[in-house]
Ligand binder design. Structure first.
Ligand code: ZN
Length: 263
């Protein structure tokens, strides 16, 4: 059963589930090592032995003005850079079709960040043609700079072909896309991580700012694989406070339920 869409600020937000599965052995760790560390007080309130089954969500947004925006392209095919640790292939194309949208109709692809489980479905199976041929792909300039500094395989797999195709826009900071939608830099998980805000925080599609529900209990329960843990905690704390203030919904990449109320 697909998850139902929601409407906020006149924008329809449709969750698409690319895949579901555990994290592969290479980087799998006990939950309390991944979030906050075994001594963190959050583990007095949550079951540290529960398995972590990741969902891999993308979000389709349709605005009143007729824009069609996709946030994240998830895992991609069998040969995805994520294949070493995540369940591939993703089923985004089928999910998009089930939502009644053709790839040609997507005019904007927002990549929250350039980890392999968020951007690997950006190209068609040939590895060179954009999977969304009429879309501008938006990523923060800081994210691209970080990838170049670290020599990530995502450069050859995603950034370079999108750049060669002339469809990648490296954005230097916040950006208003439509009257209802705005890109917000949300650094920490990666240096150039960004989120997509709907309305005045009525809903935020927040990629990996919040990875596991224990971080709703305590946003200071940092994630082992955040690039900059203090920055990630500051971003998470601020975003959750803004959503609570606005009674907004948090749309995450990896929760089982795509939308979370924040209190
Ligand atoms: Zn992720």
């Amino acid at each position: 059963m697909p998850h139902p869409a929601v409407v906020r600020a006149g924008v329809e937000i449709v969750p698409l589930c690319d895949a579901v599965g555990p994290m592969g052995h290479q980087i799998a760790r006990p939950l309390d090592e991944l979030f906050g560390g075994p001594d963190h007080p959050v583990w007095q309130r949550h079951d540290r032995t529960a398995p972590w089954t990741l969902h891999f969500h993308s979000y389709l947004l349709r605005t009143p003005g007729g824009r069609t925006v996709l946030v994240d392209t998830c895992l991609g095919g069998e040969d995805s850079p994520a294949a070493s640790w995540a369940p591939v292939p993703g089923r985004l194309a089928a999910e998009l079709a089930a939502a009644g949208t053709r790839p040609e109709e997507v005019d904007t692809v927002v990549l929250t960040h350039l980890h392999s489980d968020h951007a690997s479905g950006s190209l068609a199976a040939d590895g060179t043609t954009p999977a969304f041929p009429n879309a501008r792909y938006l990523v923060q300039q800081r994210e691209v700079d970080w990838l170049r500094a670290t020599g990530s395989p995502m450069l050859a797999a995603v950034v370079d072909p999108l750049t060669a195709g002339g469809c990648l826009d490296a954005v230097p900071g916040p950006l208003r896309l439509t009257p209802e939608l705005a890109l917000l830099p949300t650094p920490g998980h990666t240096p150039g991580h960004q989120s997509l805000a709907v309305g005045e925080r009525q809903l935020v599609v927040a990629g990996d700012v919040v990875l596991h529900p224990v971080q709703l209990t305590d946003p200071a329960a940092g994630y082992l694989y955040d690039e900059d843990q203090p920055a990630a905690t500051a971003t998470r704390t601020r975003l959750l406070a803004e959503l609570a203030e606005a009674d907004g919904l948090l749309a995450t990449a990896h929760f089982a339920d795509p939308f979370s109320r924040v209190r």
